[in-house]
Design a protein around this ligand. Structure first.
Ligand code: ADE
Length: 837
């Protein structure tokens, strides 16, 4: 990936027939191949260095795996873009996009986007399809490439991809352009606007519907249907474009509108060229009074003056064959940077669908060069004096023969691969079960689980061959990616390329400063001290007074503090119940002064993310102390601590509580708390954030049962039993994790939904029991395998005594095997709100 692929020169010379044919001209222009240089890729903004524009290359995983703009993309403010400068004009027929996968750590993608393009870098044109629609449907996950035809194709040097959202959202993109170099060199044509013909049955519109310049009675400074590579049909009332109106393929003029008897079209080129021919595709349906032109007179402009020597050509008018055809006009090697041609009417109408130019460079360098070959800047300069000679012809013939052989070889390989794949798929389906069972049993062996208790003893010796695992559905990662992750479950911990296993990556991601996970976002190197990344202010450290320690993690501590003058830093919604001059209680999370650079970076990363999260059910960052050490984050204080401890101290309403004199929480307050968690998660998921560790231990309780979601990470001693240590490295909250997170390392909003189901279960059990408390960690992982196999042997968490059937239904829906069938947080929130009312 991202490596420049050199294609032998003979291939360059060989492909000379595809000029402007959208079906053929579909070569990747060099984002994924590396031919487009980093300095030619720019963006409106970037989240961090590691998500700069240069990382927005399709299929590349460098940096943090994609280009991400600095802020969320807002629906009503389209300002973010990634821009590619191709250095030369290109005919672009196809675009490809991907999200940020980053080896399973990424979550962001663009569900929609728009394309803008420019030929000169100053006039920008919004691409529209033939129906006038600008928005293109983008990605649905972080890893699949989605290709979209640009119909009409564009002729441009600069292209921008602009993510579009229907709500405020984090978006990252990787992109590719496909097409070929535009060797016509035509940058615009000016022509009289096309006209309307009134046939008895229906009107026929001969306007240039994709013209991208200005249109009044004249069309100026644009390109359109005459250069879109689509040739009109013999019958002009039919159209190449499905559902287009009669006459769509043609631009046409009526003799009566032109007293001079001709239509003048002026063509501007990128630079002076030595022109050999012009080909005009004309309709010739003489039964409808349409004929090819009678005569064409062309003028040539070199530098700024029109030359006096004109060129005239009269084609043979054909009144026998009504088919549309190309008329070739010899331009006799005239040098020009603009050509003006007057096309004389032979009949009442003249209809053109395409006009192409062949100039010396185009002929020599082939009409259209597939652009994967060398970077645009590597293209040799034009040599206008160079002509095709015999040796070139011989080379061309040789190349054609070579190409035919290569194509034959490719066809044989493709056929062979298809047969092989079918065989492998059959074999894989049979083996997949065995393999996963094997991988799980191997794992249990590694962790010293007594496999005589396991159901899978027979398979333990089997050699788990993960290469044979194939995608389970469109939502799953492709095999190569699965393979990269699954070895975590095999005995060997070495991977051939030394890439980190997902659990290693998780160590970094899941253990923040006080152990925090900080949701799944790009790992960033922040420029926090410049202040440009933070949407939160510095607080004078001396105004903080320590009260007590609230918690401790691997890299720091959380203190309860009084903060003087904090009112200035509070948002309106907090101010109403806080006296003006009194100190405010706040939680201060502090990075240990001896913490290493990674921890510091993670701390700053956490600040950056937290500062952007603004929701009543997400813990709010109020201020920071980052100008000096130790780095501090000041968050709101929740007086009732975490939800797990809170519920553990309470009982359901009833006799038992009365007798033991324990504080109670009513069923409706339990539902109220669950609804708030769903609401906070609805917000996070709307931003494409994946929490990865939703559980009661990560929710805080304030006054009147208010809940805010936080993330304390995995290093709090109190909850160490909730995390499973893989070979002493990664720690994973396996009892809250979906089967695909455990087996495939796949963390998505749908896996957060799974964890929400478990959290709901905890709540209705008053956190008196750990999920699957009767199972060991290894048995939990085995049960995960059963969820995967789906042979009705998986064990679900039981319906808590207090839990109504409708609530249990919600839980079960969160644990559906197919991630796509799980409800969204929006739906969960709605269902819980309905239950409450
Ligand atoms: N971090 C740890 N305990 C906390 C609390 N009670 N409120 C806010 N943040 C906390």
């Amino acid at each position: 990936c991202c490596v420049m692929i050199e294609i032998p020169l003979f291939v360059i010379l060989c492909i000379n027939t595809e000029c402007c044919v959208p079906d053929v001209c579909r070569y990747p222009l060099g984002m994924s191949g590396g031919q487009i240089r980093d300095e030619d890729i720019s963006a409106s903004s970037q989240w961090s260095e590691s998500t700069a524009a240069r990382h927005g290359r399709l299929d590349c995983e460098e940096g943090d795996g994609a280009w991400c703009p600095e802020t969320t993309v807002e629906p009503d403010n389209l300002k973010e873009f990634i821009q590619i400068d191709l250095n030369l004009l290109h005919f672009i027929t196809l675009v490809g996009t991907q999200g940020r996968h980053a080896g399973g750590m990424g979550n962001e993608f663009a569900q929609m986007y728009m394309i803008k393009y420019s030929r000169d870098g100053s006039r920008w044109i919004s691409w529209r399809n033939r129906q006038g629609k600008q928005v293109i449907e983008g990605n649905r996950n972080t890893y699949d490439t989605v290709l979209r035809d640009l119909d009409p194709p564009i002729i441009a040097r600069f292209v921008r991809f602009m993510p579009v959202t229907d709500h405020s959202m984090n978006v990252c993109m990787r992109v590719e352009l496909y097409g070929c170099k535009w060797l016509d060199g035509l940058v615009s044509y000016n022509a009289p606007a096309g006209e309307q013909m009134k046939l008895p049955a229906f009107p026929v519109f001969f306007n240039d519907s994709v013209y991208d310049g200005a249109i009044t009675h004249m069309m100026t400074e644009g390109l359109g249907q005459l250069s879109d590579g689509v040739m009109g049909l013999d019958d002009f009332t039919q159209s190449h474009v499905y559902q287009a109106w009669p006459g769509y393929d043609y631009v046409g003029w009526n003799n009566e509108s032109f007293p001079s008897g001709f239509v003048e079209i002026m063509f501007e080129f990128d630079r002076p060229r030595n022109f050999t021919t012009m080909k005009v595709h004309c309709n010739n349906m003489f039964s409808q009074h349409i004929k090819i032109f009678r005569q064409v007179v062309c003028y040539f402009r070199s530098d700024s003056d029109w030359e006096s020597t004109l060129l005239s050509f009269s084609p043979v008018v054909d009144e026998n064959d009504p088919s549309a055809r190309f008329i070739t006009v010899e331009l006799t090697n005239r040098m020009a940077n603009a050509i003006k041609c007057q096309f004389y009417f032979k009949d009442a109408w003249m209809l053109f669908s395409e006009i192409t130019f062949q100039s010396d460079r185009a002929m020599y360098n082939t009409t259209l060069v597939p652009p994967t070959i060398g970077s645009p800047t590597n293209t040799p300069p034009d040599d206008p004096t160079h002509k095709i000679d015999d040796s070139n012809t011989r080379i061309l013939i040789g190349c054609l023969v070579a190409i035919i052989f290569i194509l034959l070889a490719i066809i044989i390989i493709i056929l062979w691969r298809q047969v092989w794949q079918k065989l492998m798929e059959k074999a894989s389906r049979r083996m997949l079960d065995d393999e996963l069972t094997a991988s799980l049993s191997i794992q249990t062996e590694v962790f010293g689980y007594n496999h005589s208790q396991s159901r899978v003893t027979n398979e333990q010796e089997s050699n788990a061959a993960y290469e044979r695992i194939f995608p389970l559905g469109p939502d799953y990662q492709e095999p190569s990616r699965l393979i990269n992750k699954l070895p975590e479950f095999a005995q060997s911990s070495e991977e051939p390329n030394g890439a980190p296993h997902y659990a290693e990556a998780d160590i970094v991601n899941l253990q923040g400063v006080t152990g925090s996970n900080t949701y799944a976002i790009p790992a960033v190197t922040l420029d926090l001290l410049s202040g440009k990344d933070v949407a939160v202010e510095e607080f004078p450290r001396k105004l903080l007074t320590f009260k007590e320690k609230l918690g401790e993690g691997q890299f720091g501590e959380v203190h309860l503090c009084e903060a003087e003058g904090m009112q200035e830093f509070l948002h309106e919604e907090y101010l109403f119940d806080i006296p003006e001059d009194q100190p405010v209680l706040v939680a201060v999370k502090m990075l240990r002064s001896d913490a290493n650079g990674n921890a510091r970076n993670d701390f700053l990363k956490e600040i950056k993310i937290m500062s952007r999260l603004k929701d009543p059910n997400i813990i709010r960052l109020l201020a920071v102390c980052i100008y000096s050490n130790p780095l501090c984050m000041i968050t709101e204080y929740m007086e009732n601590g975490d939800l797990n401890q809170f519920l553990s101290r309470h009982e359901p309403e009833g006799q038992l509580a009365l007798l033991s004199n324990t504080a109670t929480v009513s069923f409706s307050n339990l539902c109220y708390m669950a609804t708030q968690i769903a609401s906070g998660m609805k917000y996070l998921s709307s931003l494409n954030f994946v929490h990865r560790d939703l559980a009661t231990r990560n929710c805080l309780v304030g006054k009147n049962y208010t809940i805010k979601i936080a993330d304390f990470g995995m290093s709090r001693n109190l909850y160490s039993g909730d995390y499973y240590r893989i070979q002493g490295r990664a720690v994973l909250p396996i009892r809250w994790m979906s089967w695909e997170s455990i087996l495939l390392g796949k963390f998505t909003t749908a896996s957060d939904v799974w964890a929400f189901g478990v959290t709901l279960w905890e709540i209705l059990n008053f956190c008196k029991e750990q999920p699957y408390s009767q199972l060991t960690d290894e048995q939990v992982i085995e049960n995960t395998g059963e969820f995967f196999r789906d042979q009705k042997r998986q064990i679900y968490l039981p319906q808590p005594v207090l839990c109504s059937d409708s609530l249990y239904k919600i839980m079960l829906s969160c644990w559906r095997r197919n991630a796509k069938e799980r409800p969204s947080f929006q739906e969960i929130h709605r269902r819980l709100s309905d239950l409450e009312s």
